[in-house]
Design a binder for this molecule. Structure first.
Ligand SMILES: Nc1ncnc2c1ncn2[C@@H]1O[C@H](COP(=O)(O)OP(=O)(O)OP(=O)(O)O)[C@@H](O)[C@H]1O
Length: 288
């Protein structure tokens, strides 16, 4: 399976929300990172056929998706950000409604709803209304609706937004189980959501694809940039003024600081540290 994007552009008036975006996706999980306004939603909306592109091609196994029409839309699962519009439905009713929209046959839908409810661990609460659900349960209900039709391409918009760490890990584990035989594209601001499960990470900036590579290769690019040091509290401000600080933590009487420096840092006893995707993100976008 291959989804090929060639020179995809979207203009709103003079604004290029996507500018000649090209890349290829095969089975696996992809993380889509970028600051507000980078073009993530625009890209996802075009992929799920919710908005039209201005120019460019999207090919699924070599076929233009526009000419595939409904056959293409049937391959897609989409998890939007939480909206609360279905709050008066029970989760079983919600999934039944979505199954109808997706054109699943009644008997097939019943079986599939049971399967996905078990998969996201909401089977025991299937007759409870969505409005009584916690944030994490609602996100799992949204994942359930996205995978109802066993899509080949799954698009997830900020799947862990607003969740506590335990629920975030739960959602991440669900996603990594889904990712084996599908193209899964996750747009997120939470870098740790994709750090360990993404086959490749795409970094979008102002409509342009700045980087696309495996996390390992992306991190190699900033191997010599991340430092840690123990400093005194009164030196925090001067380091923050000179460098992009990616974390600060108190250790007894000292402060442990992690910061980015492209040359040799002017900080006593600074030692190189192993980079993370969060460091990479801040290396690209830290000064904005
Ligand atoms: N309907 C629209 N009309 C005009 N401009 C738009 C429209 N939708 C998006 N834009 C602009 O296109 C650019 C990309 O927006 P988009 O929503 O795709 O970014 P994003 O990366 O999803 O941001 P966020 O992380 O805030 O959701 C932004 O400058 C935005 O203002």
């Amino acid at each position: 399976m291959i989804l090929e994007i060639n020179n995809l552009s979207k203009k709103y008036g003079d604004k290029k929300a996507l500018n000649k975006f090209s890349c290829k996706f095969t089975e696996g999980i992809y993380g889509l990172l970028g600051p507000n306004g980078a073009g993530k939603s625009t890209f996802m909306n075009i992929l799920v056929d919710a908005i039209d592109r201005s120019s460019g091609e999207i090919l699924y196994n070599g076929k233009e998706t526009i000419s595939m029409g409904k056959d293409y839309r049937n391959l897609i699962g989409y998890m939007p950000q939480q909206q609360g519009v279905y709050d008066s439905f029970t989760v079983a009713e919600f999934l039944d409604y979505i199954a109808g929209l997706k054109g699943l046959k009644k008997t097939e839908a019943k079986k599939r709803i049971e399967e996905v409810l078990k998969f996201v661990n909401l089977y025991d609460v299937k007759n409870k209304k969505l409005k009584s659900f916690s944030g994490g349960m609602k996100q799992r209900a949204l994942i359930a609706q996205a995978i109802l039709n066993d899509p080949k391409i799954l698009i997830l918009d900020e799947p862990t937004a607003g969740l506590d760490p335990k629920e975030r890990i739960r959602i991440r584990n669900l996603i990594s189980q889904i990712g084996f035989n599908k193209i899964v594209i996750i747009a997120t601001h939470v870098v740790s959501d994709i750090e360990f499960i993404a086959k490749e990470v795409l970094i979008l900036d102002n409509g342009i694809l700045r980087k696309k590579d495996t996390p390992e290769n992306l991190l190699k690019g900033i191997e010599d940039v991340v430092y840690e040091a123990e400093i005194n509290e009164q030196d925090v401000n001067s380091i923050m003024n000179k460098y992009t600080v990616t974390s600060l933590s108190k250790e007894y009487a000292k402060i442990r600081v992690r910061f980015l420096c492209d040359g040799i840092p002017d900080v006593d006893n600074a030692k190189k540290a192993s980079p993370t995707l969060e460091d990479l993100y801040l290396h690209i976008f830290g000064d904005r």
